[in-house]
Design a protein around this ligand. Structure first.
Ligand code: MG
Length: 476
C-alpha cells in the first residue's frame, strides 16, 4: 500500500498539468481572437493624386505619409468606386459599386441636407461585417451616406459616431457671395453644418477650424479604448474639401498656401495615429490605409488640390477623378515598396473580412477582391478591371493597362452634356498615364474585349430604388 504522503506527491504534478492544459484550452480561442488584425481607414476628402510629397507634390510637406509609404506600401493604381463623395463612400463601405445600392444618381450626384435617402439597411458595411466577427467599431468624420437616424453610422455597424454627417460646404447660409469667396476660413459660420455625437447634434455650426484636430483626438481615444480587442476605425476627414480650415498651429506654415496648411494638418493627424499605435503596442497588429474619396475639386483653383500628372479631377471619370494617392502601413507585415497592381476601395471589405477570419455572404454580388497577396508580397492583386461610373452611367472601363472611354465629361464648368465616343477612346495607361494619346485605331481587338467585359458587368446590375433623388418633404 502506498503511504498517503507519497500518493499526494504523484497526484499533485498530474493535477497541475491538467489544470495547465485546461487553462491553455480555454484561453486559446481568446488568444486567437486577439491576434486578429485591427484596421484603420483614413479617408481624405477631395485630396488629389498629386497632393502628397510622396506622390510628387513639390510644395506641400507630408513627412508622416511619406514615412508610412517608405515603411509600408505606396499604391499607384488605386481607385475609388466613384468620382464624387456619396457614391465613393458607399463603394468603400459595402465593397459594391454604388449602382447596386441605389447610392448614385445622374441628377443629384450626392446627398444633401434635404435628402431623405441614405445607405439602405440591407447593405452590409465593413463595420457591420467586422462587428459580427467580434470587432469594436468607430466612425469619425464625414459620413455622407444619409443624415437621418436610420442611415447614420450607428445604424450601419458602428458602435459610435463623431462627425459632420455630410460635406463641410453644405447648409450655406450666405448666398449673395460666391462659394469661392466663402471658401475663406474667416467665413466659417456661413456653413451651418452640424457636428454629431452618435445620433445627437452637439455643435452647430461646427467649428471647422479645429475639426481635423478634434477628429484626431477622437481617433486616439478610440485606439486606447479598443486596445486588447480587435477593432476597425473609419476616420473620414472633412478636409481638404472646400471651405478650407486648419488649426492655429498650421496657419501659414506651408509653401502650398492654405491648401498646403490643411494637407499638412491631415499629415500630422496620420503621424499621431502611427505614434499612438506604437505607444499602445498595436503597430505590428494594425493595417492602416490612407486614401481619398475622389480627385481634386479643380473648380476652386488654388483652394482645390492637384491630380499631378493625371487628367482632370473630381466629378470626372478621367484618371484624375478616380485614381487616388494611397498608402498602406502595417510594420513587419506588408511587403514594403511601390505597388503598381490595381487596387480599389472596393477591395477593402473583402480583404478585411478575410484577414479577420470571416467569409463574405453569398446572397449578393461583390465588386471587391481580397488583395492580401499584394499586401504580403505572395502574389499579385487579383483586380484586373475597373468600372468608371458617372452617376448611374458607365463612362469608362479599364482592363489591364488599357482604358476605354465610352463617354467623357470634364469636371470643369462649361460642358453641359457628356461627349459620346464612337468608336470609344482607348488609352494605354502604362505608357500614357495622362490619357493624351488615343490608340483605339491600333487595337480594335482590345476594344472588343473591353466591350464584352462592359456588357457582362451591366448585365449583373439589378435595378434598385434610387436613394439620392429622395427629398424630405416639408410640412406646411
Ligand atoms: Mg469628396
Amino acid at each position: 500500500m502506498i503511504p498517503p504522503r507519497s500518493r499526494r506527491h504523484t497526484t499533485y504534478p498530474l493535477l497541475l498539468l491538467l489544470a495547465l492544459a485546461l487553462a491553455w484550452f480555454l484561453s486559446s480561442p481568446v488568444r486567437a481572437a486577439d491576434s486578429r488584425p485591427n484596421f484603420i481607414v483614413v479617408f481624405a476628402d477631395d485630396l488629389g493624386y498629386g497632393d502628397l510629397s510622396c506622390f510628387g507634390q513639390p510644395n506641400i510637406k507630408t513627412p508622416n505619409l511619406d514615412r508610412m509609404a517608405a515603411e509600408g506600401q505606396k499604391w499607384t493604381n488605386f481607385y475609388v468606386a466613384a468620382c464624387v463623395c456619396t457614391p465613393s463612400r458607399a463603394g468603400l463601405l459595402t465593397g459594391r459599386y454604388p449602382i447596386r445600392s441605389g447610392m448614385c444618381s445622374d441628377t443629384r450626384r450626392v446627398l444633401f441636407p434635404d435628402s431623405a435617402g441614405g445607405l439602405p439597411e440591407s447593405e452590409i458595411t465593413i463595420a457591420s461585417a467586422l462587428k459580427e466577427l467580434g470587432y469594436r467599431t468607430a466612425a469619425i468624420g464625414k459620413w455622407h451616406l444619409g443624415h437621418l437616424p436610420q442611415f447614420l453610422p450607428t445604424s450601419h455597424g458602428f458602435e459610435s459616431y463623431f462627425g459632420i454627417p455630410y460635406s463641410n460646404d453644405m447648409n450655406r447660409e450666405i448666398r449673395d457671395v460666391s462659394q469661392q469667396e466663402l471658401a475663406e476660413e474667416e467665413n466659417w459660420e456661413a456653413y451651418n453644418v452640424p457636428l454629431m455625437r452618435n445620433e445627437e447634434i452637439v455643435e452647430r455650426p461646427a467649428d471647422q477650424r479645429t475639426i481635423t484636430k478634434r477628429y484626431t483626438e477622437e481617433a486616439l481615444k478610440k485606439i486606447h479604448e479598443f486596445k486588447g480587442e480587435p477593432f476597425f476605425i473609419y476616420l473620414a476627414h472633412n478636409l481638404p474639401h472646400i471651405p478650407l480650415f486648419r488649426s492655429e498651429k498650421f496657419k501659414d506654415t506651408s509653401m502650398g498656401g492654405i491648401y498646403g496648411d490643411v494637407v499638412s494638418e491631415i499629415d500630422w493627424s496620420v503621424g499621431q495615429i502611427m505614434e499612438s499605435l506604437k505607444k499602445e503596442g498595436l503597430a505590428e497588429n494594425t493595417l492602416v490605409v490612407f486614401t481619398s474619396d475622389n480627385g481634386p475639386w479643380l473648380l476652386f483653383k488654388t483652394h482645390g488640390g492637384s491630380a499631378g500628372l493625371l487628367r482632370d479631377g473630381k466629378g470626372s471619370t478621367w484618371e484624375g477623378g478616380m485614381r487616388e494617392p494611397t498608402v498602406m502601413w502595417w510594420p513587419g507585415k506588408l511587403k514594403s515598396g511601390i505597388v503598381q497592381d490595381m487596387g480599389s476601395t472596393l477591395d477593402l471589405l473583402p480583404t478585411f473580412v478575410a484577414l479577420a477570419g470571416g467569409k463574405l455572404p453569398d446572397d449578393r454580388t461583390y465588386d471587391g477582391y481580397d488583395i492580401s497577396p499584394a499586401l504580403f508580397g505572395t502574389g499579385s492583386s487579383p483586380r484586373d478591371t475597373m468600372f468608371y461610373y458617372h452617376g448611374e452611367q458607365l463612362f469608362a472601363v479599364r482592363k489591364g493597362p488599357y482604358k476605354a472611354h465610352y463617354l467623357t465629361k470634364t469636371s470643369y464648368v462649361g460642358q453641359k452634356e457628356a461627349e459620346v465616343h464612337q468608336p470609344p477612346l482607348l488609352f494605354q495607361l502604362g505608357h500614357d498615364p495622362s490619357e493624351k494619346y488615343d490608340v483605339a485605331s491600333e487595337h480594335p481587338e482590345i476594344l472588343a474585349e473591353i466591350a464584352e467585359i462592359a456588357e457582362a458587368h451591366k448585365a449583373s446590375i439589378e435595378p434598385v430604388e434610387n436613394q439620392l433623388e429622395k427629398r424630405i418633404v416639408e410640412k406646411k
